[in-house]
Structure formats: C-alpha cells, structure tokens
Design a protein around this ligand. Sequence first.
Ligand SMILES: Cc1ncc(COP(=O)(O)O)c(C=O)c1O
Length: 424
Amino acid sequence: MSVSHPSPTHSSAEILSIYVERSWRSNAQRQLNKGIDFVIGKREGIYLWNLEGTKRVIDCSTAGGVHSLGHRHPEVVAALTGAIDGGRDTGLWSLPNAEYLWLQDKLAELAPSRALDRSVITLSSTTSVDVATMFAFRFTGRQKLVAYRHGYHGHSGFAALATGSAEEGVIDYYRLPRQYAKFFDTYNALDELAHVLTPDVAALIVEPINYETFEPASKAYFEGAQALCRDRNILFIVDETRTGLGRTGRLWASEHYDIAPDIMIVGKGLSGGLYPASALLMRFDIYERCMNQHDFAYISSLGGNEISCIVAKKVLEVASQPEFLDHVNRISAVLSRELASVCSRRHNLLSPGVAHGGLFSVRIHDSALASLLYQAIYRHGVLCHSVSVIEPCVLKFLPPLTLDEVGAHEIAEALDRAVQGIGT
Ligand SMILES: Cc1ncc(COP(=O)(O)O)c(C=O)c1O
C-alpha cells in the first residue's frame, strides 16, 4: 500500500483526508461531521487562518482556554524566545534550578487562598489531577474520588476515572477500575453532593462552573461543598484548568467564593499556548506529607522544566495585571450586550445564556437546529467552542480574553447572519 506523507505543500483537504485514511480518523471525522474542515495555518491574536489563507475565523474555542491570552501573545513569545536564545533548555529534573522556585513563589503569591502556598509543576492538567489524586489517597488514607458526571478532568490515569460522561468518558471502554471514582449527576445541587460524599471518599474534585452550560457554581453550592468536605475530612480539590487565569473576570474563579481549596489545579492557558505547563497548588501540610516523605514521591523528566517555568511565570504576570482583568470585565459587558441584542432580534430561536467574564453562551430553543447553527456561524467566521450535551441546549463561546470591541461585534454579527442563514 502506498502511503502519502504530509508535507508543507499539502492542502487542508489533503491533510484531513490523510487523517481519515491512516491517522486519528475519529478526531478528523468528528470535526468533518460538525462541518469544520479547518487546518490551522497562520494564527495571531484572536484569529486563525486556514493553511491556504483563504478562510479566517475568530477562535471562540481556544482549546478550552489554552489560548486565553490569544495566539502568540507577544510578551509570552518574547519570554520563550528569550529563554531559548539566552542559552536555556529544559535543564535536568534532578538538579534544582531557580526558575522552578520563581514559578512556585509566583503561584503562591497569586493563589486565591494564602493556604495554597506550595505547588508541584507538571506538563499537563491530566498529570496534575493524577498527582492530586495520589496525594489525596496518601493524605486521607482513603481511595475514592467524587466528581461531576459532566465535568472533565483528563483522559488517562486517575483523571480519566474522574471523567464520567457517556460522551467523553472512557472508564468502561478501557475497563478502568471504576471503584476509585463515583459521580454526582446534578451540578449546583448540594443535597446530591451530601449524599455522595461518603466516609470512604478521599477527595471531591470539581470545577467552579458547570462546563456543559457555563453556568457558574452558586455561592451556596460551592461554599456548601467545601463545608461538607471539611466536615467529613475529604479534600476539596478545585480544578481551575479552564476557569483560571482571568477567564471569569477574576484571576481565579475561586475568588468569587469564600473558599480555601485544599488543592487547586491550573493548566491549559498557563502554557501561553506556546509551551506545556500545569501545576497543582496545595497546603503546606499536604505538600510535606506527600512530596517530602519519599525520595521519589513524584518525579518527571520534563514536568517543571526551566522553559516551562519561564513561560508559565510570564503568563501569570500578564493575566494578573489589574488592567488585564479590567479589560476582561469590560469586554464581557460589551459581548454580552451584543449577544443579547442578537437574541432579541432572533427571539424565535435564541435567548441569552451565560455571560460570566470570558464565558458566553446563548440558548437555542430548538435543539434540533443546534448543530446547523454551529456550522453556520463557522461559515460566517466564528469557530465556537461547542454545543452543550445536556439541557439547556446552548451554543458556547470561549474567546481569547484579549478580544476587543471590533472582535466582539464580529462575533455577534456572525451569529446574526448564521441564524438568518438557517432560515428561522
Ligand atoms: C477542567 C480540566 N481539567 C483537566 C483537564 C486535562 O487537561 P490536559 O488535557 O491539558 O491534560 C482539562 C482538559 O480539558 C480540563 O478542562
């Protein structure tokens, strides 16, 4: 069988068909089924161009927040190239380096609670969730995680055990040991949580929003969840992989609540979309008990490498600036107004959903039209995040937080034209 190798001269269509022919077919096919025939070429700020440069879209997916600072943020690019040109490489994991300490200090300085003053640096949130789980098992002497059925925490190891939806979960598919995790089905329902947090549970891992609908946790729910955990000696792990770094208008979504998580996960955008980085922040006593009572308690050849730490620290500096967070809140108000005005013009199909910092959704009254709308808005230049798989049926937008008024207007206009295009 002759095999064609992708080369810089391959077109988008050829690359997609090679994927389907002999590579990650299920992924390419999923995109094609959604009507997305896009292979990224140039990228800058809020925009992506296809390989041929013939189509430009606003990135309202951002890979779930990986590109929260927009594509190729100049300060982060400068930090990365400065590190390489300045003679750095990954370093050696076993030899202490200053960059690791500086990143840990920055994370502790900016953490939503003063108690989160220790951290482990990794390369992905999946790994951070895995390490957090092992730490929770050791710290509590128990062996079970509780998570929201429609949350997401990763696709391998313990993170996969905490990802339980029928669509994305792989527990049965890989015959994973399901006894290490259990799920609650309704977000923002304290009664169900109280029921599922039994004495054998080591940790509750939860995001500060219901990511399927972007609905934020209510204060009563999130603070109540922490109180239940404290009461039952269960660790309260807040996964801020998607909600951190300014996404909700504060540096951390946890800051909207009166809480002090025992462990907090951060990732995705910590990479600046340029170099992998993630971290789990935790209390001093958890860190000491887990990290420092075994010579090899947790090691990784590349987790916490010098380049990663340099990039992540720069991202934290940019995202924590008050002017940056003010910008997020200003643009949130602008896009929310623009989307509301499209909804009022197109009230037979749409009504306003969530506008929470840089998280936006619009409700689609007829869920049968949701995938058509997703495709239509793509044709009009906006790559949306997704459509919810649970009720309410919403179209989700997760734009770069560097979005400006022109971009916000373009998104709303594309939505308006998309609705018109599907003829409702
Ligand atoms: C909340 C949350 N936790 C963990 C992960 C896993 O992150 P990664 O895929 O970067 O390992 C994700 C990824 O989407 C996530 O959204």
